[in-house]
Structure formats: structure tokens, C-alpha cells
Design a protein around this ligand. Structure first.
Ligand SMILES: C[S@@+](CC[C@H](N)C(=O)[O-])C[C@H]1O[C@@H](n2cnc3c(N)ncnc32)[C@H](O)[C@@H]1O
Length: 224
């Protein structure tokens, strides 16, 4: 199956220095399979909480990937309980295709379990990007990269971070690099995403359902 633009962009971002890459919430395992094909790390882990999905991924891997140079591992697990301690080496945890609030919970749980481990994460939430960025900012994660992708009329932020800030910048609450367009097409996309996001929060503000005034202010300060 052809890899979506969003998942392909995630694959392109992955740096080649990891011992273990975890495709969390893997569903049919498309992302992990692309990583196996790219031969970018010696170990690719497929993680999902739904047992029949994990079994189907395992059968596919046994059938088509029994002879790869990289090793693959399948886990039927809650992402909040990743057994990183059982696998020595440098870890990259990728979580894509679920809500930013859930991703924030996963990242907090993993960080709490391994407070001193230097773990990298690539995160691509569906909604609640601000909530996720807030948690990454509060936890002093370091920003490695961030990209804005539009696919099927929806926008996705891909946020690449490290659990240890070291010399990297802090994660911005609304994003930095995603607004720095390199050409006219990207400027148009950034503008469209900013308008869409502001309209969303202004609607909430008008409905008085939640106090989102600070979020609106933060997005209003974005310069394009
Ligand atoms: C929409 S799919 C995302 C597939 C792929 N990652 C992507 O970005 O296209 C969401 C997947 O998350 C899994 N999931 C939801 N909660 C989970 C949890 N706590 N732990 C592991 N997997 C979970 C679901 O079973 C489902 O397969």
C-alpha cells in the first residue's frame, strides 16, 4: 500500500542513529514497514493495543520480512507502558494518528518511567496540538525539528523532540519553524493553517465553553 504524504514525511525526518524505533499506535503497521524497508535502524518495534491488529501485522511480517537485515518486534501493549528498559541503546518513539491529548499522556507516562533516559520522539497528533506542545514545553523537551503537512484537506504538525533539552530550543506553544515558509506555496499553506486554527479557537471563545483566550492570543502573535 502506498504510504501517505504524512507518514512519508515522518520517515524522511528520522535520523540514522537509533538502535530501536517504536512505531506506536501502529494500526496496520504501514509506518514501521516503511522504516524496515528503509533499513534505517537495526530494530523496528510495532506497538498497538488491539490484539487482532497486532496479530495481523505479525503475520504480514513473518510472510514478507523474515529475511531483513533489521530485526522487527511486535507488541500488544498500551503505549504508556513501553518496555524500553528491556532494550539497550538509543530509542526513537513515534506516535502518530491519535489525539494530542492522548499523545501528551503517553509522553508523560514514558518520561515518568524513564526520567534519565535520553529518548527522542516524533509526534504527529490529530487535533489538540496546543495541549501537546504545552506539555512538551513544560517538561523542557528539546526541539529537533517540526514540519507542517496538509493531506486530504487536513493539516498535521509533525513535532520531533528530545526528552533532554541539551542545547536545543524549547518547544514553542504554537510552533516556530512550521510558520517559516520557504516559498509561496508554503506561505499560502501556513496562512491557511493559521486562519483555520484561529477560527477554531475563536468559535470556542465565543461559545464561552472553555477559557481559550490565551491560546487565541498566542496564535495571534504568529508572524507570517
Ligand atoms: C488511526 S490509527 C493510527 C495509525 C498510524 N499510526 C497513523 O498515523 O496513520 C490509531 C491506532 O492507535 C491505536 N491505539 C489507541 N490507543 C492506544 C494505546 N493506548 N496503546 C496502543 N495503541 C493504541 C488503535 O488501536 C489504532 O490502531
Amino acid at each position: 500500500m502506498k504510504l501517505s504524504k504524512r507518514l512519508n514525511q515522518i520517515v524522511q525526518l528520522v535520523e540514522p542513529n537509533y538502535t530501536h524505533i517504536w512505531d506506536c499506535c501502529c494500526d496496520h503497521g504501514l509506518l514501521g514497514t516503511a522504516l524496515l524497508n528503509s533499513d534505517i535502524a537495526p530494530n523496528i518495534h510495532f506497538v498497538d493495543i488491539v490484539e487482532p491488529l497486532v496479530s495481523a501485522v505479525e503475520s504480514k511480517l513473518q510472510r514478507f520480512y523474515s529475511d531483513t537485515s533489521a530485526a522487527w518486534h511486535v507488541h500488544c501493549l498500551d503505549v504508556a507502558t513501553l518496555p524500553l528498559h528491556q532494550y539497550p541503546g538509543k530509542h526513537l518513539v513515534i506516535i502518530a494518528g491519535v489525539g494530542g491529548d492522548l499523545i501528551a499522556e503517553f509522553v508523560e507516562a514514558i518520561h515518568q518511567q524513564y526520567p534519565t533516559l535520553d529518548i527522542d520522539f516524533i509526534l504527529c497528533p490529530v487535533h489538540h496540538q496546543f495541549k501537546l506542545r504545552h506539555v512538551l514545553n513544560q517538561r523542557n523537551f528539546g526541539l529537533k525539528d517540526e514540519v507542517l503537512v496538509k493531506e486530504n484537506h487536513r493539516f498535521y504538525e509533525i513535532i520531533y523532540v528530545s526528552s533532554q533539552q541539551s542545547s536545543q530550543a524549547k518547544v514553542s506553544l504554537v510552533g516556530d519553524k512550521i510558520w517559516l515558509a520557504a516559498n509561496e506555496e508554503q506561505t499560502r499553506l501556513s496562512r491557511e493553517y493559521l486562519d483555520k486554527t484561529l477560527n477554531h479557537y475563536n468559535r470556542i471563545l465565543q461559545g464561552n465553553k472553555k477559557d481559550v483566550a490565551q491560546i487565541v492570543e498566542s496564535y495571534q502573535s504568529v508572524m507570517l
